[in-house]
Each structure stands twice: as C-alpha cells, then as structure tokens.
Design a protein around this ligand. Sequence first.
Ligand code: GLA
Length: 362
Amino acid sequence: MGVARRITAPGRVNLIGDHTDYNLGVALPVAIDLGTTIEFTDNDSDHLTFFSTLYPQGIDLPRGLDLDMDILKNLEPPWARLVGAMIATVRPEHGGIGRIETTIPVGAGLSSSAALMVALADILGAEGSPRTIATLVQQAETFSGVPVGIMDPLVCAGGLAGHGLLIDFATLAIEYVPIPESAELVVVDTGVRRSLRFTEYASRVAECEAAAVTIGPLGQAEDADVAGLRDPSLRRRAHHVVTECARVRQVAAALAVQDLPTVGSLLVESHRSLATDFEVSTPELDELVTTLCAIDGVYGARLTGAGFGGCVVAVTRPGAVDLDRFPAGAWRLVPSDGTVAASAGSVSGAPGGNPEAAAVAG
Ligand code: GLA
C-alpha cells in the first residue's frame, strides 16, 4: 500500500481497415510511440482521485461505482465517464490517487481514449492477455455511452515494436506483420474535432447492423451478397466494408514483400471508399490526402480512425515529408510495444515489452 506505480499505454494509428472491426472484418493498425502514462498510489480510502495535466479539475469517484449506463454517461466532467466506467468494470480493491499525462493528441483519431482506458485497467488491477484487457475496455467504453469496436484497446494492449497487427475481428486472432524499415509512417492532424462524431459513428454502426440482417456480418460478406441489398445507401456502406477487408489483406501481402507503391495505392483507394461509400471524410481530410500524395516520396495516404475529422496517415520514404508544413500537428511514428510497465521515475526508460506478442511473432 502506498507505493507509486506507473504504466504507459500507447496510442495507435490504423494503417488500413476502418469501420471493419464492429463488422467482424480485418484491419491492420500499429501501436505508436505516443502514449498515456498514469502514476498511481493506492490507499485505504473508498475513493479514487485522478488528476490530468490536460484538465484543470481533478475527479473523485467512489470505488464501488455501479456499472450503470445512466449514472456513468452523466458524470462530469466528460472524462470522468471513461474513468468511472473503468472503475465500475474493474472494481478495484483499494482507493488511491492517480496522475495522468499524455503525448497523444486528444480526439484526433489516435486512440487517446483507448490508451487511457488500457492504462487505467492495468493500474486498477485488471489482469490478463491483451484480448482480455481489450474486451474489458470495450465493455467499459460502451457503458460510458460510446459503442466503440475492440480494435483500439487491442492494439494499445497488444502492440509489438516494429510490427503492425493484422487482426481478424471474427476470432480476435492477431498476426504480427513487420513494417519495413524503408517505410516511414507519417500522421498529420487536420485539427478538426467534431462533437457529432460519436452520433455519426453510432449511426454507421446501426446502418451496418441493418445490412447484416440481410447478408450476415459485412466483414465476411462478398460482392455478390452486397449486390443483393435493396437500399442503395446500405449497399454503399456494405461495399466499403467488403472492399476494405480485401485491401487490408492486400496491404499485408504487399508489406511482406516490401512493395510500398502497392501499399500506397491501396491506402488511397481506402480513403476514396471511406469518403464516397462510407461518407465519413471531411473536406479537410480530403485536402490533406491530396496535399500529402502530391509530395515526392509519399506512397499514399488516407484518413485514419473513425473519420469526421482527426488525422491522415501516410506511408512515405524516410524524411520525405516536412512536418513543419502542417500547423495543426504532424508526427513520424514508430511502431511500438503495447502496454509498458515501468517502475516509478522511469516512464520513458526500459520498456517491459509485450511477452505475448513477442511469443506470437517469434
Ligand atoms: C474508432 C473506434 C474503433 C473503430 C474505428 C474505425 O476508432 O473506436 O473501434 O471502429 O473508429 O475503424
């Protein structure tokens, strides 16, 4: 009791495969070297208090908080909903005080929420494989009022340095795909944050569910099934998911032979599909993709994450993009390990790595 512990969970960038996770399809995300760190000291109280460097007001929540959506989604300030949902899910044995800091831009589509939740799950005492932790986090986020898929926490918990994760959401099997050293991952922020984001996200989830009633999970459907959908809007949504899953597999194959031009053109096709068939792009995202693709040494670019604002990811030759050109934020990101425990005082020090991932990857 009373000993400080620190945990860092990374954000993620999705290289390709958006809006496929809740459709039981496939995606190829990467854990990144931006992350959220919590330092936590437990005590004998019945309360958990958290402070964040991002928000002036700390939060104080009872240890026995109920896993009740009506209570959780009305907590204030809004980030207390996530923390409360995780407390109610894990049911920690002790109270305590935590300090949170992050290098992930919040709300930019780089999984700031999942990184916070994965780090919280660990600090509050949840144990298990990346799949177990990701399932807990997905459940908690859903109770906080946002019906997200499982991709983000699975990557934050299960990432592996130097690799992307080819995830099959029907089985939650992960294949670790080496990212060639000749490929640089650049992420550029539009700076646009849409408050409607989750309403629109939820409406895409509902549309996909409606299509699945007729043709089954979209991630396992084929072109011929899609043609059988009568509603033109649902047909477009399903067409995106089916073609996106095919592109994910093609990108994994192209990465294996270091064929970066093919990876790049698949990224551009993915963006087009998200913009026209799935309708989750914005003029700012489209413009950034066009700007990036016009730069010598950029193989391709696409919006990444849910859409409706946030970031674009590009695969480039090393050093091709001048990050200073992008005032809302731009990063060269290094494929990184999942949740990393470090002793207090050495957050950025020797990473513990991800033994489960390392075993799978050999
Ligand atoms: C958000 C969700 C994920 C996933 C993506 C879109 O990041 O949290 O579960 O659905 O959008 O691919």
